[in-house]
Design a protein around this ligand. Structure first.
Ligand code: HAM
Length: 430
């Protein structure tokens, strides 16, 4: 029988990589907390309607990319393709709109989209999602963008480009749609099939088509910014002043419209110069009508989501510091079967005293165990065999210098801790 493999487009994050993820998620957590955002854990599946209504029926995500299934009671459920709709659903469901506004939340976890897999694009991928719900102030938009940039600064990322646009609101967007259609109509034959089909349903999406011929036409198209109503224009102006105020470098991109329908006013993306085709390390913007669309009152909101795989890929590419792989400080070496209970008890004592420790469980000889200890990057090997047991002693070998010392068994843990503290390793919770 052929062995079962993981489905196409999903990845196992193995020990060689998982510590890098832990580093990124840890920095993300601290950054979100410093900006006043609280963590939530949301379900990975929701009623399909939440996404079809929230994200928009004519978006690629809803039309082609959702993992939708019927549960045993024949309800239509969908694995979340993104977290914003769930965040707003949760905010409304738990009456958070009745408390102090804005409510600032973040979550991290897997999202699911049936897309064509390639470097930086997967069918299950992780996002850090950050949302400020309940305030229309453009400085909350500035805060959201600032948070994402601060995260990248703390992670040591460089070669990033920040693109900003305003996609207007239901007041001014119809006017722009009309202007855009009049511009595109005489050029319809030159557009790709997808863009032609978008002309009636969602003409703004034509602006971010990657096809070079469509892109050349989109470059000539009138800018949405020129059609903004007074309120959207003022909001966009303040956003830019706020970004200038914090010294953020950004450029205006009139073709930035984003792939999800809920956006109003601010839209932004951060692109990495080191990623290739799938180069967006985060994207976000304002969604003032999303709460209403999913059945709640009018609640403005703004947020962003960052792809963890793409952040890790960029950091690797740029040689950023990503912490280090966890390793045992001590490896307990037990060459004799009869000493195993005592050796295991020592291992347990070390662990209880906060020392990362490990041992061999495959019956290897002394030399092979020492080799494993070195391979795992342990600093000390603590040898406890029949001989040591009889003499009530413990041999501790410094795996860096090769020096070996004998200690009385009852002083074993204390001696090891002091040897480790001389090497600058202290108990994690000290
Ligand atoms: P999005 O632009 O669809 O926005 O996704 C945000 C980020 O998730 C992308 O910039 C990228 O880093 C990552 N990403 C998206 N799809 C994939 C994929 N297939 N494989 C790997 N990474 C991917 C949203 O999801 C919105 N919910 C963002 C938002 C939050 N807007 C307001 N609040």
């Amino acid at each position: 029988m052929e062995s079962i493999k993981a489905p196409r487009g999903v990845r196992d994050i193995l020990p060689e990589e998982s510590w890098k993820w832990a580093f990124v998620l840890d920095v993300a957590r601290r950054t979100a907390e410093d900006f006043g955002y609280a963590e939530v854990h949301l379900p990975v599946f929701e009623h399909t309607e939440l996404f079809s209504r929230g994200i928009g029926e004519t978006t690629d995500v809803v039309e082609k990319e959702m993992y939708t299934f019927q549960d045993r009671a024949e309800r239509s459920l969908t694995l979340r393709p993104e977290a914003t709709a769930s965040m707003v659903r949760s905010y409304l469901e738990h009456g958070m709109h009745r408390g102090v506004q804005p409510v600032k939340l973040w979550c991290a976890g897997p999202m699911f989209r049936y897309e064509r897999p390639q470097k930086g694009r997967y069918r299950q991928f992780w996002q850090l999602d950050v949302e400020a719900i309940g305030a229309a102030d453009p400085f909350v938009d500035v805060e959201i963008i600032a948070l994402s940039l601060e995260l990248y600064r703390r992670l040591g990322l460089s070669n990033l480009e920040v693109k900003v646009n305003s996609v207007g609101c239901p007041e001014c967007r119809p006017t722009y749609r009309k202007t855009l259609r009049s511009f595109l109509e005489p050029r319809l034959d030159e557009l790709c099939d997808t863009c032609r089909s978008r002309f009636d349903r969602n003409p703004l999406r034509i602006l971010d088509c990657k096809n070079p011929q469509c892109a050349a036409i989109a470059d000539q198209a009138p800018s949405v910014v020129e059609s903004l109503c007074g309120e959207c224009g003022t909001h966009f102006g303040l956003l830019q002043r706020g970004l200038e105020g914090i010294g953020a470098s950004f450029s205006l991109d009139k073709r930035l419209v984003r792939g999800l329908d809920y956006y109003t006013k601010t839209a932004y993306e951060v692109l990495s110069g080191d990623l290739g085709a799938q180069n967006a390390v985060c994207g976000g913007g304002r969604y003032d009508n999303l709460a209403e669309v999913i059945g709640g009152p009018h609640v403005p909101g703004v947020g962003f989501a960052a792809g963890i795989e793409r952040i890790v890929l960029t950091m690797e590419q740029q040689g950023c510091f990503m912490g280090s792989a966890p390793r045992p400080a001590v490896f307990v070496v037990c060459p004799d079967e009869e000493a195993r209970p005592e050796a295991f008890a020592l291992l347990h004592l070390l662990r209880q005293s906060g020392v990362a420790a490990d041992m061999d469980f495959t019956g290897k000889g002394m030399k092979a165990q020492l080799k494993v200890a070195a391979g795992k990057g342990a600093l000390l090997a603590c040898i406890l065999g029949s001989e040591e047991l009889r003499a009530s002693r413990l041999a501790v070998k410094d795996l860096e210098s090769g020096e070996q010392h004998l200690y009385a068994r009852e002083e074993g843990v204390a001696s090891i801790r002091s040897l480790l503290s001389n090497k600058g390793i202290s108990r994690k919770d000290d």
